[in-house]
Design a binder for this molecule. Structure first.
Ligand SMILES: [Zn+2]
Length: 115
């Protein structure tokens, strides 16, 4: 078990109060109406699965119910920090530890022109 700090209500609580909400900062297809089934399948289901630092979303389900960003090590459960989604995004984009996660997104055919 680990603890998370909710940046919305400033509470440090046990993991049990929160729900995992998936990989953070996924990029939606630029032209959704023109995206192929493969593009949508990748957007909906294909995720980075690194051993190490990972940016993810958690919801404070037993508290304020808001979603926030967490940088967590998937091997050690160490939490580097928690942020509101807006506050965390520039940190995610600048974080060298997030490069494999960002690169996995960029490798998807969902970026730029639709297939
Ligand atoms: Zn909260």
């Amino acid at each position: 078990m680990f603890q998370l700090h909710c940046p919305h209500c400033a509470a440090l609580r046990d993991e049990e109060e929160f729900s995992y909400a998936g990989q953070a900062y996924l990029v939606r297809p630029a032209q959704p109406e023109a995206a192929s089934d493969d593009v949508w399948g990748d957007y909906l289901f294909k995720r980075a699965n690194p051993k190490g630092w990972y940016w993810e979303q958690w919801q404070h389900t037993a508290g304020c119910r808001k979603v926030f960003a967490v940088k967590r090590n998937t091997a050690t459960y160490e939490v580097a920090g928690t942020w509101t989604l807006d506050a965390g995004k520039p940190l995610y984009l600048a974080d060298p530890d997030a490069a494999p996660q960002r690169d996995a997104q960029l490798a998807l055919p969902t970026q730029g022109a639709a297939a």
